[in-house]
Design a protein around this ligand. Structure first.
Ligand code: HEC
Ligand code: HEC
Length: 310
């Protein structure tokens, strides 16, 4: 027998000298070969199975139909459009239009409802909170944080708590978002200005120290009692008109409460001193014109249900 691994020319088997193990009868039944031979393996010359050939022909015929019916051949500007007029881009546009039509009825309802009624209509409220959430992520989170917790170092207030500068009813929040705070773009923007008591020389450094200690005492923080007592009268004269006699704050002019541990700019003696010395003047843009009224209402509903809504 020939060793099939032996590739020397002497051992190369030609079809003529090869020995078949088959019987003569079997050999007669074998189909013709193509004449190719690799290491003694020969290739039968069988026709393709008929089912395979049919499928092959059908796919070719199908492809002609497809070229005619659907967009197929790329051109310079666009592809051939096909007689069925199919376009995946048009389909997406249609889906979007359908979605918008479905949402539109909610948007109309939002604008037509009383702000307080939005909460009473479960379906509308759910829609408003969802839509408002995406408005918030796109328009508000860069300042107020993705979850609405604010950034104290920058004076961006926490919207999750029930401590409000300008009020936490739907009405209040809606107005704040619509026109913003201390911006020049809207006459209706919320506005107030705390004097810069130190920089503008309204109080001297000693007086400011006293009033800082009084503010610390109002909030229940560590303080110098003697200084705080000195500061009480200064507070009454200079500060109470905005912050209230006991530091309870005033929504009407956005004056923060000073009698709790929630701070817009920080509750350390240094931060409080800075607030009093320079004042702060936090600015928020208004969204009328930048957002649709329905979106403003939706984001107001979203903020309202974050936890602190009144
Ligand atoms: C450029 C930063 C900025 C953006 C953007 C911004 N805000 Fe404000 N927001 C502020 C600042 C600063 C204040 C506090 C101003 C002050 O001192 O009274 C504020 C205050 C508020 C208040 C009042 C909080 C209170 O206690 O009364 C609400 C409500 C509010 N923002 C909601 C929003 C919503 C909703 C959006 C998005 C549609 C938004 N803000 C976008 C900076 C921003
Ligand atoms: C005209 C009204 C007004 C007067 C008067 C005023 N404030 Fe304010 N105060 C504000 C407003 C409004 C803010 C909000 C901060 C801003 O401007 O962004 C504020 C903020 C503060 C803060 C920062 C609070 C925080 O949460 O970080 C402190 C502290 C403060 N005031 C103390 C005082 C003291 C003390 C006086 C008196 C010496 C005083 N204010 C007088 C309106 C006033």
């Amino acid at each position: 027998m020939v060793d099939p691994k032996d590739k020397t020319p002497e051992n190369k088997v030609s079809p003529a000298t090869r020995q078949y193990p088959d019987t003569a009868a079997q050999m007669k039944q074998d189909p013709p070969t193509t004449g190719h031979s690799w290491d003694g393996i020969e290739e039968y010359d069988n026709p393709m199975p008929r089912w395979w050939v049919w499928i092959f022909i059908i796919t070719i015929v199908w492809s002609f139909g497809y070229w005619i019916a659907y967009p197929a051949w790329p051109g310079i500007q666009s592809a051939t459009s096909g007689i069925l007029g199919y376009s995946s881009r048009a389909n997406v546009a249609q889906d979007i239009a359908e979605f918008e039509a479905r949402n539109e009825s909610f948007f109309v309802q939002l604008v037509e409802s009383d702000l307080d009624e939005i909460r009473d209509n479960d379906e509308l409220h759910r829609f408003a909170v969802n839509a408002g959430g995406s408005v918030f992520r796109a328009q508000c989170s860069q300042c107020h944080g993705a979850g609405g917790a604010g950034v104290q170092a920058s004076g961006f207030p926490n919207l999750l708590d029930d401590d409000w500068l300008w009020g936490g009813t739907m009405e209040d929040i809606h107005l704040t978002v619509r026109y913003g705070i201390r911006n020049e773009d809207f006459l209706d923007a919320r506005w107030s200005e705390m004097p810069a008591f130190g920089r503008d020389g309204l109080l001297n450094n000693d007086e400011i120290d006293q009033v800082v200690n009084h503010v610390l005492s109002l909030s229940g923080s560590d303080h110098d009692a003697a200084q705080a007592a000195e500061g009480a009268e200064l507070f009454e004269i200079n500060c109470a008109s905005c912050h209230g006699d006991g530091g309870e704050g005033d929504y009407f002019i956005g004056a923060p409460a000073l009698n709790n541990q929630v701070w817009l700019y920080g509750g350390t003696p240094e931060a409080i001193r800075e607030s009093i010395y320079y004042s702060r003047f936090g600015v928020m843009p208004g969204f009328a014109g930048r957002l649709r009224e329905a979106e403003i209402r939706a984001v107001a509903a979203y903020v309202h249900q974050l936890g602190g809504g009144q």
